[in-house]
Structures are given as structure tokens and as C-alpha cells.
Design a protein around this ligand. Structure first.
Ligand code: SAH
Length: 210
């Protein structure tokens, strides 16, 4: 169920759906997604679908992870990336094999407790996890070449725009539940150019921690 052939099938499907970046496809092939879900769901880990990870949260669909990663790591490759919404850490692990430093924030402590040991066991020492409210970003390590938000705010949090470096890109699903648009926002000086990457479905970005 978690064999090389099963993973190859997932990669083939993502290619069919338009993912072309070889670095992204290689990460999808090599990151063991079955370790990020409950054992009972491991047999479904290489299906192109979102799965529950507890506390009402989900591990994103591989296609969406690939699409967002591809947009984020396009030229120029960001060196330092901030992720909001670590969840189980799957997207974090995909990113960590492509960029040099990944900072990731999660508001639910129990999810972070599960994600943390996984990073070590996958030898991803360039990942920095933090329990906090992503609406505030992570100012200490700003500016970031890229920021990826994996839960949907109703509007783009201004702080995240502030923490974006020159030429940096913010990838964020924006809008109410069931009607979200994936946005790519690029910073040039104090100008922020927005481009839509299509419709998506994410859990909401919520304020505060728990
Ligand atoms: N990146 C994950 C997706 C997790 S789902 C993956 O690879 O599959 C989105 C996550 O965002 C949830 O774990 C949720 O708890 C978290 N989240 C929601 N609002 C947040 C906030 N304000 N700050 C940090 N994390 C938040």
C-alpha cells in the first residue's frame, strides 16, 4: 500500500493534472506521506485526497500541496520560507527538501507534538516549528522569500505582507468556507501584485492558540 509503485502512481496523476516541477514531483515521490496520517489511514496515504488528522483538521490533498509548492519555489527560489498551519507537517517536509530554511507555525499544540519528532526522523534539520498564531507571522526571522498559508483567512493578513521580502511571494487561499481562491501575491517595493491560481477548499485560518 505504501510501495514505490503506489507512490509512482500518485506522481503520474499529479503530472496528468499539470504539475511539472521535477523538484516538487521528486519530493512527492520521496516524502513518506503514510507516516503523517493515522495508521488506520496509511493504506490511503498515496491517494490524491485530503485525509483527517484529528482535531477537525486535515492533511492537504497531494495535488494542492504540489500546486502551492510549485508556485512558491518558482524562480527566484526563496531561501527562507514561512509556513502558516503546520498541521501534520507533510507540506513542511515537502518544502524542506527544496528550500534551505523552513519556519512553520501551528496554533494547535497536539498537532505540533506529533509533527516535531517526524522532522527529526526524516533528517529534516532545516525545519523550525513553533506553537503560535499565524495571523502574527514570525517576525524574528523576517523577511521571508516566500510565505505559504495552508488554512484560509477571509482576507489576507497584513502582517504577512509586511514580513515578505523584496520580490517575495505569498501563496494563500482567501475567502469564506467553500468559496476560496488561491492567491499568489508578489512584493515589489510597497506594491503587491495579485494573481489567482484558482478555486480551492481549505479549513479556516483561526485566531489564537489552543
Ligand atoms: N500544512 C498541512 C495542512 C494542515 S490544515 C498539511 O501539510 O497537510 C491547516 C492547519 O492550519 C491546521 O492544523 C490548523 O490548526 C492550522 N491553523 C489554523 N489557523 C491557524 C493560525 N492562525 N496559526 C497557525 N496555524 C493555524
Amino acid at each position: 500500500m505504501t510501495s514505490a509503485r503506489t507512490r509512482d502512481r500518485l506522481v503520474a496523476r499529479l503530472k496528468e493534472r499539470g504539475i511539472t516541477d521535477p523538484r516538487v514531483l521528486e519530493r512527492i515521490r520521496s516524502v513518506p506521506r503514510h507516516l503523517f496520517v493515522d495508521e488506520a489511514l496509511a493504506s490511503r496515504a498515496y491517494e490524491d485526497t485530503a485525509l483527517p488528522i484529528g482535531l477537525g483538521q486535515t492533511i492537504s490533498q497531494p495535488y494542492v500541496v504540489a500546486r502551492m509548492t510549485e508556485a512558491l519555489v518558482a524562480e527566484p527560489l526563496p531561501e527562507k520560507v514561512l509556513e502558516i498551519g503546520t498541521g501534520c507537517g507533510y507540506q513542511t517536509a515537502v518544502l524542506a527538501g527544496i528550500v534551505s530554511q523552513v519556519y512553520s507555525i501551528e496554533r494547535l499544540a497536539p498537532l505540533l507534538r506529533r509533527a516535531r519528532p517526524l522532522m527529526g526522523s526524516l533528517d529534516l534539520y532545516n525545519v523550525h516549528l513553533r506553537h503560535g498564531d499565524g495571523f502574527k507571522g514570525w517576525n524574528k526571522h523576517a523577511p521571508y522569500g516566500g510565505i505559504l498559508v495552508t488554512a484560509a483567512p477571509e482576507e489576507v493578513p497584513p502582517v504577512l505582507l509586511e514580513q515578505l521580502g523584496e520580490g517575495g511571494r505569498l501563496i494563500v487561499p482567501v475567502g469564506p468556507r467553500g468559496r476560496q481562491e488561491l492567491m499568489e501575491i508578489t512584493r515589489t517595493g510597497d506594491t503587491f501584485e495579485r494573481r489567482s491560481l484558482g478555486l480551492v477548499s481549505f479549513v479556516p485560518l483561526l485566531g489564537g492558540t489552543a
